[in-house]
Write a protein that binds this ligand. Structure first.
Ligand SMILES: [Fe+2]
Length: 496
């Protein structure tokens, strides 16, 4: 019998209309405005005895209506956290109290326009983001580095720090303000668990347009270089192998003609190649080597590793990065076709770069549309076999299933959440003293529209299609969200 104690510790005053009809602020995307502490959560099944650590997920969770068009990447950051110890689970959620959130709270209204509007319509002259005059909502990524939770924003900005157990605010990461990129740090940083290093990049509209850096295991910025690009670009992610960092210049960037008029309109340039910058992890700007491949856009990379003279890079190749409007799309939804992985036709793909001859080869790794791939973090940057990817609900930025893919044999195993149930990006949690790459667990949050609730599901990664070994009930239904991470107890300090 459950002895859950769940307490609302704070409720944020939202100015969203009670009768909101926006597709990304209602239903599975209905934002949460209550902050909870809940202990000894109700469990169906059994939390594995060796499953100890913290699962965190970031969420675009708006407090105010938008000035113009709302895009789900604009929403204020909210972290949902569940921690496991001694076979029990506790849950917390907190807004990421960014500078932008505080200023809008004081004003009682939105102050900045989002992705789908123009900078000139923002009420403030200042702001963040590669576009400028945006709110850094820190709602995109979440990782744990050096025992501290870090949240970040897709169009670059500050990096906010929180306590992994209590989600107490810990200010901004000092290394991010030292990074020479004028816009700050892009959402996707990369953690190498072998060295404890965090690899980072940032992009902007001023030369050299991109910077790359290394933060050491203790949180010091120890390396930063320019990565000169031909113009402003919109990279989202980077990759690394044991010895190299891989940045990218993808032919999806703001239309230069529209930029002249202050409008930031992403355009896919089908006549331009995809370019990859390969540089030793502590290398110089002069040592960057460029490789070219077929034009595409890649939102997320999966992994990279070295194999003799070759550098292998896996990621999700978009076969249609700029999908056209479709007849029959429900009213108001056509705008959001570029966040539907099915319309983008994003599929696992492998690039190989020969570091001796400069040759590039590429091949598709699957016919299935998938994105948001996770791997065993212990083998990041090294040869690997398994990736755990999300499948998307057609027409939406929602996840309807989870696929374990063997990239060596091509075998795929899928778990479907079921109609009306949506999952989250699902990290792999290695079992302590694991004996195989897939010896561990998969962990995700759901938004269940049928039962009006949310659960945390834990799967045995070797038996995905059997379904979860445990379902842990959260105190209320949570909005669908974005990136997530798992951090084992061994990488965290004592509970505060
Ligand atoms: Fe992302």
């Amino acid at each position: 019998m459950s002895s859950t104690t769940a307490t609302v510790v704070n409720e944020i005053a939202s100015t969203l209309p009670a009768d909101d009809t926006h597709p990304y602020r209602t239903g599975a995307w209905q934002p949460n405005h209550r902050e909870w502490d809940a202990f000894d959560l109700e469990v169906e099944g059994q939390i594995p005895a060796d499953f100890e650590g913290v699962y965190l997920r970031n969420t675009e969770n708006p407090i105010h209506p938008s000035i113009g068009i709302y895009h789900p990447f604009d929403g204020d950051g909210m972290l949902h956290q569940i921690s496991f110890a001694d076979g029990k689970a506790s849950y917390r959620n907190r807004f990421v109290r960014t500078d932008g959130l505080r200023l809008e709270a004081e004003a009682g209204e939105p102050l900045w326009t989002g992705f789908y509007d123009i900078a000139a319509n923002s009420k403030r002259e200042d702001g963040w983001g590669a576009r400028g005059r945006m709110k850094d909502s820190s709602s995109t990524d979440v990782i744990v580095h050096n025992g501290v939770v870090l949240t970040s924003f897709w169009q670059c900005g500050d990096v906010y720090q929180l306590d992994p157990f209590t989600l107490a605010e810990m200010g901004k990461a000092p290394w991010a303000s030292q990074f020479p990129s004028p816009t700050g740090v892009s959402a996707h940083t990369k953690l190498d668990e072998h060295t404890g290093e965090l690899l980072i990049f940032g992009y902007s509209t001023s030369e050299p347009f991109m910077h790359y850096g290394v933060v050491d295991a203790q949180g010091n910025l120890v390396h930063a270089i320019d990565v000169p690009l031909p113009g402003p670009r919109l990279p989202h992610d980077m990759a690394f192998s044991e010895n190299y960092a891989i940045l990218n210049d993808l032919p999806m960037f703001w239309d230069p003609a529209m930029l002249e008029f202050g409008a930031h309109v992403p355009k896919f340039h089908r006549d331009l190649p995809t370019r990859f910058a390969v540089v030793a992890r502590r290398g110089t700007t002069e040592q960057i080597r460029w490789f070219e491949a077929d034009p595409t856009y890649v939102l997320h990379w999966i992994n990279a590793y070295e194999e003799g003279d070759w550098l292998v890079l896996d990621g999700f190749f978009q076969h249609d990065p700029a999908p056209a409007k479709q007849e029959g799309t429900p009213k108001g939804m056509s705008l959001y076709r570029t966040i539907d992985v099915n319309r983008l036709q994003a599929r696992p793909h492998r690039w190989r770069f020969n570091l001796v001859t400069g040759e590039t080869r590429e091949e598709s790794l699957s016919d299935r549309v998938m994105e948001f791939g996770m791997i065993n973090p212990n083998i990041a940057g090294r040869d690997y076999r398994y990736t755990y990817n999300m499948t998307g609900t057609p027409g939406w930025f929602l996840f309807d299933g989870l696929v374990k893919q063997d990239v060596r044999t091509g075998t795929e195993e899928r778990y479907a959440f079921g109609d009306g149930v949506f999952g989250s990006e699902t990290p792999f949690a290695p079992r302590p003293n694991a004996t195989a790459e897939d010896d561990g667990y998969l962990v995700t949050f759901t938004t269940d529209m049928n039962r009006d609730c949310s659960e945390c599901l834990i799967f045995d990664a070797t038996r995905l299609s059997d379904g979860p070994v445990a379902r842990v009930r959260l105190p209320e239904r949570i909005s669908s969200g974005t990136h997530s991470c798992w951090t084992p107890a061994s990488q965290l300090g004592p509970r505060s």
